[in-house]
Design a protein around this ligand. Structure first.
Ligand code: PEP
Ligand code: MG
Length: 590
């Protein structure tokens, strides 16, 4: 591409403007492409292969030297085994033979031969040879990255601020980011309620998804401007665009400043209805954002992210320390610790959990925990132990019915009994609530409400499971409608079931942070809203501007409506009348 300005359009999923150079991220375990070649191409492929081996050797030597300087020659000697792989003639000769015989591109041939070689070694019952298999695996990835001309740096080792551009960024990638260097995130695929987008919002990192082919059109070092409000990514922004965005940033900062002044004010409607406004966090260190945002504690702590950015499962002690730190940081406010919600779009890279064809409908969240009581109990014990450090509540995700809640509570009870026997303190009164995010749970909410201390509605999943729209599939994102009349009815049924059984009900899905929908949620009688910390100030402003009786009237009118678009328009009209500046906060300078 020349230096001309080029505009790429996607979907803005985390507001804000980022400007900087591109860092293209390729997943580590991406399969190399497979292409037929002509016999006349063989010498060219061999030359590429030799160049990649030389480059890889130089990189390994450089790493070895750095490690030797930093921690000593002994630790650096582990790279000797890596160097042996680059010089292994049996492996290299087989690659050349296969290349000449089968006529496939060299990265494909090399990957096939090296994987076969590593597999054979790993199957031999000898610890030394098994280690060699790991070395081959590591070096293979590096050689393939060199063959493909890709940067070998993983995201976690980014050393300067960049805009990350990727085909896809998994929640595990997001959890291992070195955030201080991330100016923005742009991906080819993805959606607003994918956990990567959720995490970007929590961290106030501007983000765009659904850019289709941005990761192949852009290259490392390109200069871009990213508008997370409108979903516009501008390559080589011209003076006019830079000037317009400069102006926009000044306007946005002014609105943000006004919102900051609300930090210590109460979240109460003009007619005196208080809404508990709390924040969602993904990692323990995010807790500082909660207090800064003026939220009342943590309404949803997604504990699985603590597992995603580790190379091994965190043990009970590590978890205890993390939960305790969060409980102490928000005290005297409350933290609602949600038990592991692995599966769906969140996977552990280090434990050998089989892949499923349909992970969102598979062994996810509470189902996984009930299948793995060892992992579940370690977490429950850690939460119970942390419960004396502050105000801690526990919440189970993905409860589909009463028997699941009872099974989870039985495991919890067994953990309590163990701690009592061991004389370890915990809060006997700790409240236990459940997420309402599966339609079946709504339909039996009256029964669940008798055995749970509170409900928190996970609209992200409730919507996907109700309208059968995969929340991370951008092709059908237009069908993912929070204002679908079915969703409005399910929300209302949940609130009614909770209140008639004297328990409170909150919303912790992304709907809670959408100021256009605040009038509807307040009107339905929701007691608590829990949103990304970055969105908390605007939700507070929205609530403070609304009248709860008028919102209830709005909800009553919406009850008779049948079109998602019309319901959305009706909510937006109320929002625009009361707080137009909050809606334009998500407008751009196009
Ligand atoms: C939800 O489903 O709305 C929710 C809050 O949980 P998660 O987004 O982590 O699935
Ligand atoms: Mg959920």
């Amino acid at each position: 591409m020349s230096d001309e300005e080029v505009r790429l359009r996607g979907v803005g999923v985390s507001a804000g403007i980022g400007r900087g150079t591109v860092f293209i991220h390729h997943p580590e375990d991406e399969e190399p492409p497979k292409k037929k070649i002509d016999s006349s191409d063989v010498s060219g492929e061999i030359a590429r292969f030799e160049a990649a081996l030389i480059a890889t050797r130089a990189q390994i030597l450089e790493m070895q030297q750095k490690i030797a300087e930093a921690i000593g020659a002994k630790d650096a000697s582990i790279f000797d085994a890596h160097l042996l792989v680059v010089e292994d003639h049996t492996l290299i000769d087989e690659v050349l033979r296969t290349l000449r015989r089968d006529l496939w591109n060299v990265e494909f041939v090399f990957s096939e031969v090296a994987n076969r070689y590593a597999r054979t070694l790993s199957e031999i019952d000898d610890p030394y040879l098994r280690e060699r298999a790991f070395d081959i695996h590591d070096v293979t990835k590096r050689i393939i990255r060199n063959l493909l001309g890709r940067s070998g740096r993983p995201l976690s080792q980014m050393e300067e601020p960049h805009i990350i551009v990727a085909h896809n960024l998994t929640p595990s990638d997001a959890a291992t980011l070195n955030r201080q260097y991330v100016l923005g995130i742009a991906t080819d695929i993805g959606s607003r309620t994918s956990h990567t987008a959720i995490m970007a919002r929590s961290l106030n990192i501007p983000a765009i998804v659904g850019l289709k082919d941005a990761s192949s059109r852009l290259k490392n070092g390109d200069h871009v401007l990213l508008d997370g409000n409108t979903g516009l990514l501008i390559l080589n922004p011209a003076d006019q665009a830079l000037w317009e965005y400069g102006e926009l940033e000044v306007r946005l900062e002014q609105v943000e400043e006004q919102l900051t002044s609300l930090r210590d004010t109460a979240c109460v409607t003009t007619d005196g209805t208080e809404i508990i406004l709390s924040a969602n966090i993904e990692l323990p260190e995010d807790v500082s954002l909660v207090n800064q945002a003026g939220a009342r504690g943590v309404g949803l702590y997604r504990t699985e992210f603590f597992f995603l950015n580790k190379t091994e499962l965190p043990n009970e002690e590590e978890q205890f320390r993390a939960y305790q730190a969060v409980a102490q940081a928000v005290y005297p406010q409350t933290v609602i610790i949600r038990t592991l919600d692995l599966g769906g779009d969140k996977f552990l890279s280090h434990s050998h959990i089989p892949m499923e064809i349909n992970p969102f409908l598979g062994c996810r969240a509470i189902r996984f925990c009930l299948e793995r009581p060892d992992i579940f109990k370690a977490q429950l014990r850690a939460i119970l132990r942390a419960s004396v450090a502050g105000n801690v509540r526990l919440m189970y995700p993905m409860i589909s019915g009463l028997s699941e809640l009872r099974q989870a509570n039985e495991v919890l009870e067994s953990c309590r009994a163990e701690l009592r026997t061991d004389g370890i303190q915990f809060n006997e009164e700790m409240e236990t609530g459940i997420m309402i995010e599966i339609p079946s749970a709504v339909l039996v909410a009256d029964a669940l409400a008798k055995e749970a201390d509170f409900f928190s509605i996970g609209t992200n999943d409730l919507i996907q499971y109700t309208v059968a729209v995969d929340r991370v599939n951008e092709r059908i994102a237009h069908l993912y409608e929070p204002t679908h009349p079915a969703i409005v009815r399910l929300l209302e049924m949940t609130v009614t079931a909770a209140h008639s059984n004297d328990i409170w009900v909150g919303v912790c899905g992304e709907m809670a942070g959408e100021v256009a929908l605040t009038p509807l949620l307040v009107g339905l009688g929701v007691d608590e809203l829990s949103a990304s910390p970055g969105l908390v100030p605007r939700v507070k402003k929205a609530v403070q501007t609304l009248n709860a009786k008028q919102c209830a009237q709005l909800a009553a009118e919406i009850r008779t409506m049948t079109s998602a678009t019309e319901i959305l328009a009706k909510c937006e009209a109320v929002a625009r009348k009361h707080y137009p500046e909050l809606l334009t906060l998500s407008g751009g300078a196009e």
